[in-house]
Design a protein around this ligand. Structure first.
Ligand code: IPE
Ligand code: IPE
Ligand code: MG
Length: 243
């Protein structure tokens, strides 16, 4: 582990995480996959607390993708139950931490219980001013982009907008993430070198950091390692390094 001052100098505003490897973590220990999801909740708590304490603006966690519906019904049911339980149990902590809660993704397919607890937490935390905690639930970047294109096309057809008004900024305003900063740092656990349909538009210039550790074993020092690596990156955005 390294010099913590580098983190203080150059923190990301927004960290997005692909929390992967719950199933593998469990299976390696001879446990059912759901145990991995359950143990992953502790890592979520720790990541939220660390990012909030550091004063980040936003943390976005990939909890359920639009592709995850391909999984067995029993795993999905347990995952959604766990999510509902998390939302109920963490509400007081989220309030104490002063976090603003948000979600991105399609509501269709989520259970009534999950939707109810999401809405309650969003409403309750609306006026908080600390970090935004955003959960990507039933989220898929391609459908997000298609939804935005459809919404813009409707506005053009209605005469509200001209085709010439469609630029990057207007497009971004029609995504689920409208008003949120793009992620500066994208973390993926469990070693896969892929994006899995996460935030395709928003990560166009994010720094990527991948660890072999599975999500249930991802602890605060691992997050600090990622932040430290980020602090040392030279973000050029197509330009040249400042001299
Ligand atoms: C990530 O862990 C959590 C979700 C996708 C909901 P996985 O369940 O994908 O775990 P692995 O990748 O099978 O190990
Ligand atoms: C990405 O993990 C989705 C979440 C972490 C919620 P997956 O396990 O679904 O991704 P793939 O299937 O390995 O690409
Ligand atoms: Mg996985």
């Amino acid at each position: 582990m390294s010099d913590p001052s580098a983190e203080a100098e150059n923190l990301p505003r927004h960290v997005a995480i692909i929390m992967d490897g719950n199933g593998r973590w469990a299976q390696r220990r001879g446990l059912p996959r759901i145990e991995g999801h359950r143990r992953g909740v502790r890592s979520v708590r720790e990541a939220v607390e660390t990012c909030a304490d550091l004063g980040l603006e936003q943390l976005t966690l990939y909890c359920l993708s639009s592709e995850n519906w391909k999984r067995p019904e029993s795993e999905l049911r347990r995952l959604l139950n766990l999510l509902e339980q998390f939302l109920v149990e963490e509400r007081a902590t989220i309030m104490r931490q002063g976090l603003r809660f948000a979600t991105i993704g399609r509501r269709e397919g989520l259970t009534d219980g999950v939707l109810r607890e999401i809405d309650r937490t969003v409403e309750l935390t609306r006026d908080n001013s600390k970090m935004r905690l955003c959960l990507a639930l039933n989220y898929g970047a391609r459908s997000e982009i298609a939804d935005a294109a459809r919404a813009i096309a409707r506005r053009v057809a209605a005469g509200e907008l001209s085709p010439d008004d469609v630029d990057e900024e207007l497009f971004a305003d029609h995504l689920y993430t409208s008003g949120m900063p793009d992620p500066d740092l994208l973390i993926r656990t469990a070693g896969e070198m892929r994006i899995s349909n996460y935030l395709l538009w928003q990560i166009s210039y994010s720094e990527i950091w991948v660890t072999e550790k599975c999500w249930p074993e991802f602890r605060e020092p691992d997050l600090k390692d990622a932040l430290h690596a980020y602090a040392a990156r030279d973000r050029r955005f197509g330009g040249l390094s400042p001299q």
